[in-house]
Structures are given as C-alpha cells and as structure tokens.
Ligand binder design. Structure first.
Ligand SMILES: Nc1ncnc2c1ncn2[C@@H]1O[C@H](COP(=O)(O)OP(=O)(O)OP(=O)(O)O)[C@@H](O)[C@H]1O
Ligand SMILES: [Mg+2]
Length: 293
C-alpha cells in the first residue's frame, strides 16, 4: 500500500453508528486526522468515544457514512488488513489478551503482521526488552498486576508497528511511573512519524502532552481544536462534564482575588514561575516602601 504524505491518514465522513438495540452512539461525525498528529478524544461517559475508535480498525463498520484510512474505505478492508494500519489498545486489557504466556502474546500478535517469519523472533525479543517484560515472559498474562497487564496490552499492539495507534483510557489506574513510561512510548512513536489518538478523561494529562483535543457529547463532536483552548472554556466543560484543569481553576481564583494572571499559563511549572516572579516583585515593592518611610 502506498501512503500519501498529503492525504489525511483518517477521514470520517458523516459517520453514524447504531447498535443493534437501537442506541445511536455516533451521528454526523466528520473528522480528519493528519499523519503525525497526537490527538485526545475527551467527553463524558457514554459520549461515543470508544465507539468512534472502534470504527477505525474495522471492529465495527459505520451504519451510515464512511471511514477512510490512507484514502481507502474501511468497508473494503478486512479487520486483519486494518489491524496492520491501526493498532487499538483497549481500555480493559483483558479484552485483548488471551495467550498462555507473555511471550506467546507478543508472538501471536506478530502472526499475520507485516513482519516476515524470520524477523518475528527478534521482534518478540526487542519488544520484551523495550517494555521490560523479559522477567515475566513465561508467566500467564492472568498473573500480572494491573499496570503490567496494561503494559503488555500496549506492547502486543506496538510490536506490529502500526501507522496509527489508538489508546482507550491508557492512564486509568496507572501510577506516576507507568504514566511517564507511557508518555515516553508515545513521544517515541510520534518522533518516528506515527499518529496517535488517546481517549482520556484526564484533563491534566491532555493539557500537558496533547496538542489537539476532540470533545464529544451524545455521539457528536462538540469541539475540535488546540487542547489548551478547548479545555479552558467553561461552557464546553459544562456540556461535556469535564472538570476544568487545576492550573486553570487556580488562574480563575487568582484573578477573582485581584492577582492578575494570564490564561496563557498551561502547566504547573509555568504557574510556579509566575508565582515566584510575582512574589519577588511584590516583596521588592514592599521593601522599597519600607525604606522610604
Ligand atoms: N455493545 C453495545 N450495545 C448497545 N449499546 C452500546 C454498546 N456499546 C456501547 N453502547 C452505548 O453507546 C453509547 C456510547 O458508548 P461508548 O462506549 O462509545 O461511550 P464512551 O464515550 O466510550 O463512554 P465511557 O467514557 O464511559 O467509556 C452509550 O450510550 C452506550 O451505552
Ligand atoms: Mg469508552
């Protein structure tokens, strides 16, 4: 397959999805994703986030409308073909792991991948070491801790080297070390030119690492744009049940209390810098007033 540099990697045109029980989970969804982007999909429970990403690797086909990957309609592709382009890591890793050992899980995932038979064993080794899963390689995935299981789920998708990586709630239940590891993996993939979509409820995580956010509500896209613009709009937060980022809540509180603080500040580190400058300037000012008396 030839991959055009100019064509968006994903185009969704007027996508609707209705489950067999009549629930309309997606309606009128239009979306373009350009190669190399890092995107968050956010929105309240039941907004349609998981349904949307399941249309990307063909697990479900739209009831109406079309999804194009590299310009090709997903309707004309099998799940096996699509899974070589799109790697989807489920919210619940147990829904995607079923081998008897960690090593087998990776090996199984590489079957029918783009890697030749003779490359598979070295790829298994590389993946086990990249994800520091070597020491568990003979263990059943069922015996791993929550964090380790999530890591294995990510490893078993990444080893296929897909063009588009999609993660459903990857930071849920993860400690700080696991989140840092995940951020490192995502950065490496983006540096390699891969495209990454992350479904998350974690506003601080999105604010810090993800440039573009798609906000969903009731099966529709409510807003799509730079994360720091989307996540600080109170009316959008209200409509999508999101909590405003803590740094932004703090900025609002400072401004309400007469300390003028720019809404351009996005991270904790930028806030610490602003506060240290503010405190130093005010101390200097007070000291000067004291000296004049
Ligand atoms: N298999 C299914 N059969 C019927 N309805 C479903 C099915 N899966 C999801 N739905 C419904 O479709 C809607 C969208 O669900 P979806 O799982 O896509 O939401 P979500 O945004 O991922 O939510 P969450 O944040 O809770 O994971 C919900 O109303 C949900 O109840
Ligand atoms: Mg979901």
């Amino acid at each position: 397959m030839t991959i055009s540099e100019n064509l968006p990697l994903v185009i969704m045109k007027n996508v609707k999805y209705e489950y067999s029980n009549g629930t309309v989970a997606l309606q009128g969804v239009n979306l373009n994703v350009v190669k190399g982007e890092l995107i968050a999909i956010m929105g309240k429970n039941g907004a349609g986030k998981t349904t949307l990403i399941r249309t990307l690797n063909g697990l479900i086909k739209p009831t109406e409308g079309d999804v194009f990957l590299n310009g090709e309609n997903s309707r004309n592709k099998s799940i096996a073909e699509l899974s070589n382009i799109v790697g989807l890591v489920f919210q619940n890793p147990h829904h995607q792991l079923f081998s008897n050992s960690v090593e087998e899980e990776i090996r199984f995932s590489l079957k029918n991948s783009k890697f030749r038979k003779e490359e598979i064993e070295s790829r298994v080794e590389e993946t086990l070491s990249q994800f520091t899963l070597n020491k568990y390689k003979n263990r059943s995935p069922l015996t791993l801790s929550g964090g380790e299981t999530k890591k294995l789920a990510i490893a078993s998708i990444l080893c296929r080297d897909p063009e588009l990586l999609v993660f459903d709630e990857p930071t849920l239940g993860q400690d700080r070390r696991e989140i840092s590891f995940f951020v490192k993996v995502v950065k490496e993939e983006i540096n390699k030119g891969k495209t990454v979509i992350i479904v998350t409820h974690n506003v601080e995580f999105a604010m810090e690492y993800i440039p573009r956010t798609i906000l969903m509500t009731n099966g529709k896209i409510l807003a799509d744009g730079p994360t720091h613009e989307i996540l600080v709009k109170s009316f959008l937060a209200d409509k999508s049940s999101l909590v405003l980022p803590q740094v932004f809540q703090f900025i609002l509180a400072l401004n309400t209390n007469g300390i003028s603080c720019s809404t351009e500040i996005k991270t904790k580190d930028e806030m610490i810098l602003f506060l240290s400058k503010y405190i130093k300037e005010n101390l200097r000012f007070k000291k000067r007033r004291f000296e004049y008396r």
